[in-house]
Design a binder for this molecule. Structure first.
Ligand code: UT7
Length: 340
């Protein structure tokens, strides 16, 4: 039987640390509010907001290099790329092809996934299906975001812009028949598109006729139309309902119990959401990994960054049972349960 095993992990974040106090110089906010409501103390922003070098594909490339090396492979061994981002370098084409080029891979397939905060979970599910069907052997799965160029740092956007950060994480998911190797045991994905407007960026969507309006009528374009918008309370309430559902669905499907878990890694959306879920399931602190305090919410990158960091810190060991769960824009949500 073919197993999907995580052979290598890696992450990369820009050097530039932006503290809550730094943000307070740009808008009416403060460290106390941000810490209390989100748990975030700092995040990374690329040094120059208008930089065309440190892009999502580039951050993904840096994380991918580490994951490939960690797997003991070279880029020539990678036979497929799945790239999750909501902040692509170009409106089209996607970041997957840019990464294929940066890594110098052969003309392998490169798929882009547009599922925002759930992007990495969705991407792992796709990669798992390709591995299990015997189609590919070493799939690079990447989540990368550069949010800092596209946030509203005025008071109008403060409810959103204090949350997000830049960064990237990657894994190599490989096929193996080794009976001692880890495997993906269960996964699920969900969506509820009627809530698309509750967490979205309109620009440059075809629904809004943006390119033309930006050229011809820029004076009448408002901040809310070009920057991300979020109905924060509403998203929060859905998140705390959907997280437990998708977690239980994955555990039940694999015939596992909450007590069997060695580590739970929630998408790093808000520390309060993670703590709510932790309390609901009675999980001890050592079985939940959070790093939102340092990186903010990096959407599609948050899970692979956290996974890489938890492994790097020795908090996840080979053979451990790990659950990844995400909820976000779409709405979309889902989980991947695996043995490392
Ligand atoms: O990853 C994708 C999924 N995203 C999420 O899961 C995020 C879910 N939502 C959240 O995390 C929270 O809703 C937020 C952190 C975004 C906001 O926290 P909240 O407790 O829901 O605050 P709020 O939006 O209800 O705002 C409370 C007050 C408002 O002032 P008034 O109307 O009570 O006077 C806001 O204007 O806080 C004000 N406020 C701020 N004050 C200081 C909003 N943003 C800020 C800010 N600094 N940055």
């Amino acid at each position: 039987m073919i197993k999907s095993t995580i052979k290598g992990v890696g992450f990369y974040v820009p050097d530039n640390v932006v503290t809550n106090d730094d943000l307070a110089e740009l808008m009416t906010t403060n460290d106390e509010w941000i810490t209390e409501r989100t748990g975030i103390k700092e995040r990374r922003h690329r040094k120059n907001r208008y930089d065309s070098q440190e892009t999502s594909a580039y951050l993904g490339f840096k994380a991918a290099e580490k994951a490939i090396q960690n797997a003991g492979l070279t880029s020539k061994d990678i036979d497929y790329i799945v790239f999750a981002t909501l902040s692509p370098d170009y409106y089209f084409p996607g970041c997957g092809v840019l990464l294929q080029d940066m890594l110098g891979c052969d003309t392998i397939g490169a798929l882009d996934v547009r599922n925002q905060c759930s992007g990495f979970v969705y991407s792992m599910s796709v990669a798992n299906a390709f591995i299990k069907s015997g189609t590919y052997k070493n799939i690079l799965v990447v989540g990368a975001e550069v949010h800092s160029f596209g946030l509203d740092f005025s008071d109008e956007g403060r409810g959103v812009s204090v949350i997000f950060g830049d960064g990237a994480g990657a894994i190599v998911l490989s096929a193996t028949e080794d009976e001692n190797a880890g495997d993906i045991l269960a996964m699920n994905m969900h969506s509820e598109g009627k809530y698309a407007d509750d967490l979205c960026t309109q620009f440059p969507g075809s629904k809004f006729g943006w390119s033309d309006r930006m050229r011809k009528d820029p004076e009448n374009v408002t901040n809310k139309e070009v920057y991300p918008i979020m109905n924060g309370n509403f998203v929060f309430k859905h998140a705390v309902t959907r997280f437990p559902e998708t977690m239980m669905e994955a555990l039940n499907k694999a015939g596992k119990k909450v007590e069997d878990l060695d580590m739970f890694i929630p998408h790093q959306a808000n520390l309060r959401i993670a703590q709510f879920v932790q309390e609901k399931f009675g999980l001890p602190n050592e079985k939940v990994f959070n790093n939102i305090q340092k990186y903010g919410n990096t959407t599609a990158a948050s899970i692979p960054i956290a996974l890489s960091e938890a492994i790097e810190q020795g908090k996840i060991k080979r053979g451990d049972l790990v659950l990844l769960s995400a909820f976000g824009s779409g709405f979309t949500w889902g989980s991947v349960l695996f043995e490392y």
